[in-house]
Design a protein around this ligand. Structure first.
Ligand code: ATP
Length: 260
């Protein structure tokens, strides 16, 4: 069958998604969400809720972790992404920044950035030089350290490099897995600014975070996952005002609300 023409304003549609690991562990059950073109959507939830699993199902990396889609569909624009591999996702314009930064510690900053072009082939949407310029404009610190081993960068710089590497593929949808994890508050603010800027340049973002305050301040829509199922979904501002989110994810107590 001929490929569908590229969709200029692709939306991510995850419908009724079920995922298991190995033979038994059901990690997601009937999860549906959309990420419209140009939007920021936050996915919140406690440890083990299934947030990373959802990103893996979208980016085609599930199989690398012995997971499998057992129900539902993942579509991005005109492309089916369920059951595909990471190269198919990258070529469709979807790139994941893994949790824990995962830069290649023994390679230089420059080599890490070049790795972000792997799999693009000749259909690259943006020339490498242009993509690199965009990364260095966002992260001037990386431009000053192109020959440094990535393992010697600070935690915040490694997070910048991980995001920069993903941007080298010029994604239209960026999947970010807990970019604030383990970073000092000032660096978290900087990462939030960067996400805003990336989005303002036209890239949609699906943001997995335990830092609900940061995620809800950036997002248009938000979802809360609990043990593999969606519990709450809605505009981020509305979710931030619900009791459950305030108590469980924004760290408020009934006392602190009473005092406000
Ligand atoms: P965290 O915030 O701790 O990263 P999460 O919400 O991203 O949590 P997942 O990592 O998606 O949650 O995990 C969902 C469930 O799937 C958990 O029960 C987890 O133990 C399990 N799981 C995750 N990866 C694997 C794997 N490779 N093999 C088996 N089980 C896994």
């Amino acid at each position: 069958m001929p490929e569908a023409p590229p969709d200029e304003r692709p939306t991510l549609h995850v419908e009724q998604l079920g995922v298991t690991y190995g033979r038994a562990l059901s990690a997601l059950r009937s999860v549906s969400l959309t990420v419209p073109h140009g939007a920021v959507v936050a996915l919140l939830g406690a440890n083990g809720a299934g947030k990373t699993t959802l990103l893996r199902a979208v980016s085609g990396t599930l199989r690398l972790h012995r997971g499998a889609i057992t129900a539902g569909t993942v579509r991005y624009g005109g492309t089916d992404l369920d059951g595909r591999d990471p190269v198919a996702a990258v070529r469709a314009g979807v790139v994941q920044v893994p949790e824990g930064r995962k830069v290649f510690a023994g390679l230089t900053v420059d080599e890490n950035l070049r790795a972000g072009r792997l799999g693009l082939g000749r259909g690259a949407p943006t020339p490498a030089g242009e993509a690199r310029d965009r990364v260095f404009t966002l992260f001037p610190r990386l431009a000053e350290r192109t020959r440094q081993a990535a393992g010697l960068l600070s935690g915040g710089e490694q997070q910048m490099l991980a995001i920069g590497r993903a941007l080298m593929a010029a994604p239209r949808l960026l999947l970010l897995d807990e970019p604030s994890l383990g970073l000092a508050p000032r660096m978290v603010d900087r990462i939030a600014e960067v996400i805003r800027e990336i989005n303002a340049q036209g890239t949609a973002v699906l943001l997995v975070e335990q830092n609900a305050g940061m995620a809800l301040s950036l997002a248009d829509q938000a979802h809360v996952l609990e043990v593999g199922e969606l519990r709450l979904s809605g505009p981020a501002g509305e979710l931030a005002r619900t009791d459950a989110v305030r108590r469980l994810y924004l760290g408020e107590t009934s006392d602190s609300r009473g005092a406000a």
